[in-house]
Design a protein around this ligand. Structure first.
Ligand code: OAD
Length: 254
């Protein structure tokens, strides 16, 4: 990393050390080092290989529930094989150390893989739901699906209705409890850290700006520049699994 990059990390360490009310927002980049695909990386992102309008909307599910169910089951099985990486681990440590020191910590994620949970993060706000829970579109019953590949597609509930993944699709509202918790935390935080998200999908893409308007210090850790890189106080370009452990362990040593 360049001298400028090191200076930025030093600055971020100071900001994190001084913060009392911390909000972290994560996106698919945090799980990239666990072998999971991101969405918008050119050539390798899911949306450069698959058409979201055929897979990730309520209309797509209505038109072809078998195709959509197969695709999400494939993603579910890929997530089942993935292990949390050093970035997930650092965020779990950050939460533990913040809470130990009487500071407030909220983790907001756009990821549906639950790798933060696997790393030990608690009370994670899942803005885009999870692909482990599947719910019936007729009776609303939701059940966790941790087993092997489904035996048949599409998946059906005992009531005969179709079961869909518990993720948020394009055109759908975010879960109201998640968005309320996010807004409350962002409105009162003194440090906002964005990690591994392209900051393209709203409302999460607007969180850094909102936090800033409320007076919070803002940091971004991302492999590539994003639309919020010029807006935040400190933008660190790097992989989360490489940057976060040092940042967390220097700011809040054990
Ligand atoms: P994107 O794929 O849009 O962005 C991932 C970001 O992570 C990119 O800016 C990469 O540069 C960066 N990145 C890749 N590897 C990284 C690494 N090892 N460390 C740090 N950064 C890395 O994913 P999201 O921003 O999460 O929604 O996408 C937001 C939403 O769009 C997703 O939740 C999903 C998608 O459509 C739904 O499916 C509703």
């Amino acid at each position: 990393m360049s001298e400028r990059g090191h200076n930025r990390i030093d600055e971020a360490v100071r900001m994190l050390r001084d913060a009392q009310l911390i909000v972290v927002l994560t996106g698919a980049g945090v799980s990239a080092e666990s072998g999971l695909d991101t969405f918008r990386d050119s050539g390798e992102g899911l949306w450069s290989k698959y058409d979201p309008t055929r897979l990730a909307t309520p209309e797509a599910f209505q038109a072809d529930p078998e195709l959509v169910t197969r695709w999400y089951d494939w993603r579910r099985l890929r997530c089942a094989e993935a292990e949390p990486n050093a970035g997930h681990g650092a965020l779990a440590r950050l939460q533990e150390r913040c809470e130990h020191a009487g500071r407030e910590f909220t983790l907001l994620t756009q990821n549906v893989d639950r790798l933060h949970h696997a790393a030990g993060s608690r009370d994670v706000v899942e803005l885009h739901g999870t692909l482990w829970e599947w719910r019936c579109v007729r009776c609303g019953e939701s059940k966790e699906e941790r087993g092997p590949a489904f035996e048949g597609y599409p998946l059906r509930c005992a009531c005969g209705g179709l079961r869909r993944p518990g993720v948020v699709w394009f055109g759908e509202a975010l879960p109201s409890d998640a968005i309320e918790r996010a807004q409350q935390a962002i409105g009162s935080c003194d440090l906002f850290l964005s990690v591994g998200t392209s900051a393209m999908v709203y409302p999460a893409a607007g969180f850094a700006r909102t936090a800033r308007q409320h007076g919070a210090a803002t940091i971004e850790v991302n492999r590539d520049p994003t639309p919020i890189s010029a807006l935040v106080d400190v933008s660190i370009q790097g992989r989360s699994g490489e940057v976060l452990p040092g940042l967390v362990d220097r700011a809040l040593p054990e």
